[in-house]
Design a protein around this ligand. Structure first.
Ligand SMILES: N[C@@H](CCC(=O)N[C@@H](CS)C(=O)NCC(=O)O)C(=O)O
Length: 206
C-alpha cells in the first residue's frame, strides 16, 4: 500500500495533492514538527536517512524527495495523468517548471529564509541536511561504483557537479568519506568527463 508520510506545513502537501488529483488509493500519515527547532520528529527522521518531507513508503520502497516521489507515483500509479508526453507542445514547459520549482526557485527561497534571521534553528536545519547528504552518499557509494548501480547514469551527472566544481568554492573534508573520494576519482578518470571539463571549465584544469 502506498503511504504518504506528511509533515505538517511542509512540501509533502504536494504529494497529498498529487494523490488526490490522480484519484489513487493511499494511506495518509501526518506528523508534527518538533516544538524546539521545527525539524521533523525522530519517528519521521527514522523513515529514511534523508530525514526530509515528503517521504512515501510503498512495499519495500521508502522514497524521499518531492521530484523522485512525483516521478515514482505518476509512472507507477498515474495511468498517464498529469505528465504531458514528449509529443505534446507543452512538454518543454512542463519539464522546465517541474524542475525549476525545487531545483531553483525553492532553493533560493530556502536560502533567503536561512539568512533571514540567522537563528540557531536554521543552522540546525542546514547542518542536519549537509551531514545527512554526505552520509547518504558515502553509504550508497559503498554499495556500488555509481549512484544507481555500477554504470554511470544521469543521476551521477546531476550529483557530480556538487562533488567536483562546488568543492572548489566550498571545500568539505573527505578524510572520513573514502567512498565519496573514490567516486570523485572515478568520475574524474572518465575520458568523457575529462573531455567535457576541458571544454566547459578550461580555467579549472589541473
Ligand atoms: N528538496 C526536498 C526538500 C524537502 C524539505 O526541505 N522538506 C522540509 C519541509 S518543507 C523538511 O523536511 N523540514 C524538516 C526537517 O528538515 O527536519 C524535497 O522536495 O523533498
Amino acid at each position: 500500500m502506498l503511504t504518504v508520510h506528511h509533515l505538517g506545513i511542509s512540501q509533502s502537501e504536494r504529494i497529498v495533492w498529487l494523490c488526490e488529483e490522480l484519484g489513487i488509493d493511499y494511506e495518509f500519515k501526518r506528523y508534527q514538527r518538533r516544538s524546539d527547532n521545527a525539524l521533523a520528529p525522530d519517528d519521521y527522521k527514522a523513515l529514511h536517512p534523508a530525514g526530509t518531507a515528503p517521504i512515501i513508503t510503498d512495499g519495500d520502497v521508502t522514497l524521499p524527495e518531492s521530484g523522485a516521489i512525483i516521478d515514482y507515483i505518476t509512472a507507477k500509479y498515474g495511468d498517464g495523468g498529469l505528465v504531458p508526453s514528449p509529443s505534446s507542445p507543452n512538454f518543454a514547459d512542463y519539464l522546465f517548471w517541474y524542475h525549476y520549482s525545487n531545483a531553483s526557485f525553492m532553493a533560493v527561497l530556502l536560502a533567503k529564509m536561512m539568512i533571514g534571521e540567522g537563528s540557531a534553528d536554521r543552522g540546525a536545519l542546514l547542518d542536519d541536511r549537509i551531514e545527512r547528504g554526505f552520509a547518504m552518499l558515502e553509504d550508497q557509494l559503498g554499495k556500488s561504483d555509481y549512484l544507481a548501480g555500477n554504470e554511470l547514469t544521469a543521476a551521477d551527472i546531476m550529483m557530480g557537479f556538487e562533488l567536483t566544481t562546488v568543492r572548489a568554492f566550498m571545500p568539505f573534508d573527505l578524510e572520513s568519506r573514502p567512498n565519496i573520494r573514490a567516486y570523485i576519482d572515478r568520475i574524474q578518470a572518465r575520458p568523457a568527463y575529462q573531455r567535457a571539463m576541458a571544454k566547459a571549465e578550461p580555467e579549472m584544469a589541473g
